[in-house]
Design a protein around this ligand. Structure first.
Ligand code: PLP
Length: 437
């Protein structure tokens, strides 16, 4: 099946159409590799992969394998067995790289996301003279705001002066690329770091990462991204775009479990820069000589040189289980194709609900154009948004609610179907008629 051709046909809000699309979906079988939460003896239609991805069925087994290694080999497990812990991150790097468009040497799984954001800012936020400002999107995820503020204070500066936030225009919800670029060039020589989300958690807007990178570099700044909502959701080319650094968590679109391990990207152009600060630890030391336990830090080549503590084997095993499913899917290209079709179908469905109600009760604030968004749609109900959301949950459709007024729904191509969206649309119409008519 060619979903692009399929998309040229008009969508229909009928069960026959949804089933037809599912039948023709080459990735439809992958859904069987996941465990769905249940309520009242029925599985949820899970539209919340933007927050916590579903558990791969293999999760339990991969943990057990590691527990067995620990049981049977104990400390010897670091160097012995089929997959010695000492090198365990290497197989994972090979599978992370195609997800973000990097070379395996440029990525490394480690720590958790906000911790990595701090570690990378230690290296890549280097205020000096009048070039000391950070430019970021207004309304970034709170953890990122706190991290940036504290980094600025750590350098002895005032966040109110050193942080520039780019906001949407009056009456708009999302940023215009031209406004981001204009602000970057306007502040040019004052900017030390451009730090953006790949996709904004609230609006679902996918920023033009390549254009932002080019503009940041033209201004002489370093450019980094927090890809929490982009990694495993949209295809990226971090290496080719020349992005300096990035980090993301694995528990959203990458299904590696609550508090799952994060990963970093450092562009290879920075590998040999000895002047970069690092908060170092023994695990970032040159691997072949790590156990000589010598004085004086010598970093391992590549992103691995940013490791601090020893490998977190069990969280990595979970990440491995999930990455295996991305590999099985053929990585991002086929997933993205289905994702565009699914989310466009959700867009269409919500608009059909509005039409049936005779008014725009649900305003979608996520950009319409698929090149400006990933899987997630964020919508604001004209009234009683929380009641609508709770009705969906009570009827086995799980999205999420973000204060003050947004319902986020994210069909995930690894495990959602067109029928899921059809059913969710019916429920939305049903509750809306009750509430608004
Ligand atoms: C989910 C998310 C986080 C969460 O950070 P943790 O350190 O994993 O708790 C941070 N930043 C962004 C942009 C996020 O979407």
């Amino acid at each position: 099946m060619n979903l692009d051709n399929e998309l040229e046909l008009n969508f229909e809000r009928t069960i026959e159409y949804a089933k037809h699309m599912d039948h023709a979906d080459p990735l439809g079988e992958l859904r069987k590799d996941f465990l769905f939460p249940q309520q009242n003896g029925r599985p949820f239609i899970y539209l919340c992969g933007n927050s916590l991805g579903l558990q791969p069925k293999a999760a339990c087994e991969v943990i057990n394998v590691q527990l067995k290694s620990w049981e049977n080999m104990a400390v010897e497990g670091w160097f012995q067995g089929n997959a010695p812990w000492m090198f365990y991150h290497k197989t994972i790097k090979e599978m992370i790289a195609p997800i973000v468009g990097a070379k395996p040497s440029e990525v490394c799984p480690m720590n958790t996301l906000t911790v990595n954001l701090h570690l990378l800012m230690v290296s890549f936020y280097k205020p000096s003279g009048k070039r000391y400002k950070i430019i970021m999107e207004a309304g970034a995820f709170p953890s990122d705001q706190y991290a940036v503020e504290s980094q600025v204070r750590f350098h002895g500066m005032d966040p109110a002066d050193a942080i520039i936030e780019v906001s949407p225009r009056e009456g708009e919800y999302t940023l215009r690329t031209e406004d981001v670029i204009a602000q970057i060039s306007e502040h040019g020589e004052e900017i030390a770091l451009v730090l953006f989300g790949g996709i904004n958690y609230f609006t679902g807007q996918w920023f033009d990462m390549e254009a932002i990178t080019i503009a940041g570099h033209a201004a002489g700044a370093i450019v980094g991204f927090d890809l929490a909502h982009a990694a495993g959701n949209v295809p990226m080319h971090l290496h080719d775009w020349g992005v300096d650094f990035a980090c993301w968590c694995s528990y959203k679109y990458q299904n590696a479990g609550p508090g799952g391990i994060s990963a970093i990207f450092v562009h290879e152009k920075h590998f040999e820069e000895r002047s970069l600060n690092r908060l170092s630890g023994w695990w970032g030391y040159k691997e072949s000589e790590r156990f000589k336990m010598e004085k004086g830090f010598v970093p391992e080549y590549g992103a691995d040189g940013w490791q601090v503590s020893c490998t977190q084997v069990i969280p990595m095993a979970l990440y491995h289980a999930s990455l295996s499913l991305f590999k099985k899917a053929g990585y991002m290209e086929p997933l993205r194709k289905k994702s565009i079709a699914l989310t466009s179908y959700l867009f269409y469905t919500i608009n059909q609900v509005n039409l049936a109600l005779g008014e725009e009760y649900y305003k979608i604030i996520t950009p319409l154009n698929s090149s400006d968004r990933g899987a997630q749609l964020s919508m604001i109900a004209k009234q009683d948004g929380k009641v609508v959301f709770e009705h969906l949950v009570a009827n086995n459709v799980l999205g999420d609610w973000r204060e003050p007024n947004v319902i986020r729904l994210s069909p995930v191509p690894l495990y959602n179907s067109f029928e899921d969206i059809y059913v969710a649309g019916n429920l939305l119409l049903e509750i809306s008629k009750k509430l608004f008519k």
